[in-house]
Ligand binder design. Sequence first.
Ligand code: UD1
Length: 333
Amino acid sequence: MSGNKILVTGGAGYIGSHVVQQLRNTGRNVVILDNLSTGFHQAAQDTELIIGDTGDKALVNQLLKDHAIGAVMHFAAHTIVPESVSDPLKYYGNNTCCTRNLLECCARHGVKHFIFSSTAAVYGIPGEGLAREDTPPNPINPYGTSKLMSEWMLRDLSAATDLTHVVLRYFNVAGSDPQGHIGQSTRKATLLTKVACEAALGIRDHVAIFGTDYPTPDGTGVRDYIHVEDLANAHLMALDYLEQGGESNTFNCGYGHGYSVREVLDMVARINGAPLHIKELPRRAGDPPSLIADAGRIRTTLGWHPKHDNLEQIVTTALNWERKLLQDDFRNQ
Ligand code: UD1
């Protein structure tokens, strides 16, 4: 029999750890499953951590049974787009096949609710750069396809069983816990805000701008940057929604407006108080000029109201976390 405990896969990773912290702060009972391939033991803080894979059927079955899991939040995944292009089976293996395994175990143990970390990458290059949940998905890389296939498995499983689910499609997640307990510790990061903060602190020699000739106001790519704390809160609201009987649904997670690469870099330089060493390079393959969420559905259906829709806050918390990593050498503990 399932109970009220929540399983968070990938809960020792960047986004998962922020969600676990918020769940714990609201008194929820949580257990983490993470193989620590990109996550960190410290990010789990004092939450129970089981080290293992979502693809390990025996382990997952035992865990769901022993903990009487009622809801699953599934973050564990590979997330680097260029890597998915060069090694697609790695992405289909982990993001699709392991998710199928997890879903099979959930169905077997009567898990009631499932919240799935999906991505704006399912949209590919939407017209006008604006993506609505009903924009036909058209991923342009295996990462986006691997996530979309999992969305479809969830849709079909929910139609066939009592499971209800929410798919959250993340736009550009950035920033860190304002209290400074957790943040983005990923090694060899490729995400703009992280790379720019590392360059600001001298961890990297420079930050590149990939493309200055896009049809955007300043010629650089435009993205919808969402603070990780607001994104984490969307997960809690999605779970409340399902627990109150809400039907399965898909929500974009973004603010509905964007910033250019130059605007992000200007903000990092201003907050750090020193100019950045910037190299202007050609466009990166597969990058849409602009990708912004139509963010109405999550606000009207879940009543989600972001608290950190502010680039200065996003960059300030990201820079503070980078400074902390430098001081503590958190990743090598
Ligand atoms: C990220 C997500 C992807 C999601 C997308 C939604 C990951 C790994 N990727 O990809 O899942 O679908 O947001 O929009 O989580 N840039 C530079 N220099 C750099 C790095 C990036 O100029 O060193 C530019 C890019 O060309 C792009 C923008 O910055 O215009 C953002 O890039 P990045 O931070 O890598 O995120 P996305 O590729 O948008």
